[in-house]
Design a protein around this ligand. Structure first.
Ligand code: MCN
Ligand code: MOS
Length: 771
């Protein structure tokens, strides 16, 4: 390790003091303020709470994919050492139905987190609570379940699966796409498939639940404290305020940690039944079936174009899998309908029920598979026409949103293509497939674009200026690794005028001012806005006191305003006193200044607020008003394919991205690289494999469910081409977290085609598909 690295690794103080002073301002490259706590082990994760009297719960899951539980014999488990409780559908306390995440009221009065009717392998059917974890594991193995098994629909290719249910809300149409396609001089039509993928966060799902009378405290990794608190409150019929969720540190979520799940209900119910706190941590295999990964998808993309390369028609049909008793729609036309200008467009989508846990959100749900279809298809069209695939994208560049006919708020995609191509050396690409090689390695260069909508929603923060001159920020939003602690420290530091080292950000507790979900790449824009507003009003109060309080050293100055910078207050012309924020507060006899700020419309009622923070439906549509708002990116990727073995390695990635203004380029770059790495995993490795006899995921662990390791990842270069976008957020940023995964898989598939002449339309691109 170089001295430079050691300094950075040791303390953030070294970094920010000796680094550029502007690192701590918005737009600075401040290192993660939670980094030292996370890497030294000081950060306490949800399951690390030490509580007196903690009991341990273990789930028992179905070993069939479809059928009914005939009987559960719990006798042996009940008499096993240390066992406190064995829960089945018959013995678990009554839990009420809860609203869904859109806020729709429950369809059933009661909710049974333990199933009698089995609709997927791995479904929870019983639970054992014991004094120790080991005793619970041992007793769970003694629970005997007998079933009446029925045939399962294992996946989309199962003949029993059928065509599915049309989702009318996904239909998008303009012009006459079928007729225009029939009339087009050049036509392509192909089917693209993505497989089941899993979020595979390092930290598993689980929780500790504790009841004190009618008050429930839950320590659980959470992307959405307020939404989950509402679910617990409804399940157990207690007021929302009685539920406290605590989640200051999270070991990754990637979409999987926004909801309270069946096992969450079981843990909270058993804690109530026992009158003791209960801890329940899912095993790694249970993580694959307790919350769904990305749904498998199938798409057909047909494009009609002129010889000049101009698209005349796009017809798109999509299907995603969902559960037997749960609905998940993976919006497959989200990129298809906006990436390119086309006068005629038609997209329709069905969902097909199969015996799986209901699929869920995984980084860019919708946009990610959508881009695999359209960005592969456009490459196929370019090849047919003999047009460079980058040129093809520019020929069909959408100058405005073709779906809603509104101008983009900002769209630096042309700039992204230019910057990425330049840096990658795209001009040196020889067009013919198999025309570039290095010995036995076929080299391929591929390009693809990506996009993600800007979701504007709501959040609140409190900003306090404390007696010692430090600043405290509180919000019930969260940081699962994306950098919320750090960017909020920067926002408060810059706005109030103190060093970032003097700001403490507190997140991950539902007792703090409210926030909506950390999903849809919205949190940074929402929360920097709220903190900016709160900090501005705290600063106004501070300056107001300094000017008007007779005890203030500035009182005699009769100034209109004062300058607060670097923790000190001075007169604008520098001709008056120069005191620290702490000294000023002491002089006016105040121990703190406090202000709240939010991103909610001014006339919002208490009911609006509750709804906006506890349901997901309340983000403002990205096309509302005069503009269509999105982040954009272009990926340029080199692959090397071994001619004999068909192994694919990604050897170079240059991506140029437009996320508007960056609150912290170091963290945004890291987010983008994380997304690109996940995209490489999707393209080459990730696939939930179903045992067709039992409808069971066989690779339900991190040894067999392959995600990229360091050895799979080359140097990744990311270039920011964004400009501030004040239509998208208070401080001008657009979304970062999900953007960069979108378009990586098609860029790789396109590169593989360029290397080998083989078009793989079925992810992941494994060697048997190439030889
Ligand atoms: N950022 C920035 N400038 C902007 C916007 C964001 O510098 N204009 C940086 C900030 O460091 C900010 C981060 O990017 O903290 C992400 O901001 P944003 O795009 O608003 O996304 P959210 O904060 O809402 O985070 C959620 C998003 C999603 S939806 C998934 S899925 C995902 C992701 O973030 N899961 C992650 N990134 C993840 N990163 C980690 N380490 N772990 C996960 O589980
Ligand atoms: Mo991200 S999949 O919206 O949590």
């Amino acid at each position: 390790m170089t001295a430079h690295n050691i300094r950075h690794a040791n303390t953030r103080h070294a970094d920010s003091r000796h680094g550029d002073a502007s690192d701590g301002a918005v737009g600075g490259r401040l290192s993660r303020v939670d980094g030292p706590a996370k890497i030294t082990g000081a950060a306490k994760y949800a399951f690390e709470q030490q509580l007196d009297g903690l009991a341990h719960a273990v789930m028992v899951e179905a070993t069939i994919a479809a059928g009914t539980v005939r009987a559960i014999d719990t006798r042996a488990a009940e008499t096993a050492p240390g066992v406190l409780l064995v829960l089945t559908p018959d013995t678990i306390m009554e839990i009420k139905g809860a609203s869904d995440w859109l806020g729709n009221p429950p369809t059933q009065k009661t909710y049974s987190p333990l199933a009698r009717t089995v609709t997927y392998s791995g479904q929870h059917i019983a639970a054992v609570v014991a004094e120790t974890f080991e005793q619970a594991v041992a007793a769970a193995a003694l629970v005997e379940v007998s079933y009446d098994e029925t045939p399962a629909i294992v996946d989309l290719s199962d003949p029993k699966a059928g065509d599915g249910i049309p989702i009318d809300a996904m239909t998008k149409e303009w012009g006459d796409a079928e007729a225009a396609f029939a009339a087009a001089p050049l036509r392509i039509c192909a089917a693209y498939n993505t497989q089941r993928e899993y979020q595979a966060a390092m930290e598993p799902h689980g929780l500790i639940a504790r009841w004190q009378g009618e008050e429930l405290t839950i320590w659980e990794p959470s992307q959405w404290l307020d939404g989950m608190a509402r679910t617990y409150a409804e399940w157990f019929g207690v007021p929302f305020e009685n539920v406290r969720l605590v989640s200051p540190y999270i070991g990754g979520g990637f979409g999987s940690k926004a909801l309270a799940l069946a096992h969450s209900a079981v843990a909270a119910a058993s804690a109530k039944m026992l009158g003791r706190p209960v801890k329940l941590v899912l095993t790694r295999p249970q993580n694959f079936t307790s919350y769904g990964g990305r749904a498998a998808t199938r798409q057909t993309v047909t494009i009609g174009a002129g010889r000049d390369g101009k698209i005349q028609s796009i017809v798109h049909r999509g299907v995603n899998e969902t559960a037997i008793d749960g609905m998940w729609v993976e919006p497959l036309a989200s990129v298809t309908s906006i990436m390119y200008a086309t006068p005629n467009f038609s997209s329709k989508q069905n969902v097909v029920r199969v015996n799986t846990v209901v699929p869920g959100a995984k980084r860019a749900p919708g946009e990610n598979p959508s881009a695999f279809g359209i960005e592969s298809a456009i490459d196929e069209l370019a090849h047919e026409l003999g047009i460079d695939p980058l040129e093809m994208r520019l020929i069909n560049y959408a100058e405005e949103d073709p779906e809603v006919n509104k101008p983009w708020s900002t769209r630096q995609l042309r700039e992204a293509f230019a910057a990425g191509a330049e840096r990658f050396g795209w001009a040196r690409r020889t067009p013919k497939p198999r025309s570039m090689r290095d010995g036995k390695q076929l080299i391929g260069w591929g390009v693809a674009a990506g996009t993600y909508p800007v979701r504007r929603a709501y959040g609140e923060a409190v900003v306090r200026i404390l007696a010692d001159g430090s600043v405290e920020v509180e919000s019930s939003s969260i940081d699962m690794g994306q950098g919320t602690y750090t960017i909020l420290a920067q926002t408060a530091a810059e706005t109030v005028g103190v060093p970032a080292d003097d700001v403490v950000v507190k997140l991950g507790d539902s007792r703090y001012p409210r926030a909506g979900v950390a999903g849809g790449s919205r949190l940074a824009g929402v929360m920097t806005g709220a903190v900016y507003k709160a900090a501005t009003s705290a600063l106004d109060q501070l300056v107001g006191l300094a000017i008007s309080d007779p005890r203030s050293p500035f009182h005699a100055l009769q100034a209109n305003t004062l300058v607060v910078a670097n923790g000190r207050i001075t007169a604008p012309r520098g001709d008056g006193p120069d005191v620290s924020v702490a000294e000023l507060l002491a002089s006016v006899g105040r121990d703190r200044i406090e202000a709240t700020g939010d991103t909610m419309p001014a006339n919002s009622t208490a009911e609006d607020r509750y709804k906006n923070y506890t349901t997901i439906a309340t983000s403002v549509p990205h096309t509302e008003g005069d503009y269509s708002r999105h982040s954009w990116c272009a990926h340029f990727i080199e692959v090397r394919v071994d001619e004999d073995f068909g192994t694919v390695r990604v050897s170079r990635v240059v991506s140029a991205l437009d996320s508007g203004r960056l609150y912290n380029p170091k963290l945004a770059e890291s987010q983008w690289k994380g997304g690109i790495i996940m995209g490489i995993g999707q393209a080459l490795l990730e696939e939930g494999i179903v045992d067709r006899r039992h409808g069971r995921i066989v690779n339900n662990n991190l040894a067999d469910y392959l995600v990229p390791t360091n050895a799979d990842i080359p140097d990744i270069e990311v270039i920011s081409v964004g400009i501030p976008d004040l239509h998208s957020s208070v401080l001008g940023g657009k979304g970062v977290g999900e953007l960069a995964i979108v378009g990586v898989a098609p860029a790789i598939a396109n590169a593989v085609f360029h290397a080998t002449g083989k078009r793989v339309r079925d992810l992941p691109i494994t060697l048997e598909k190439l030889i």
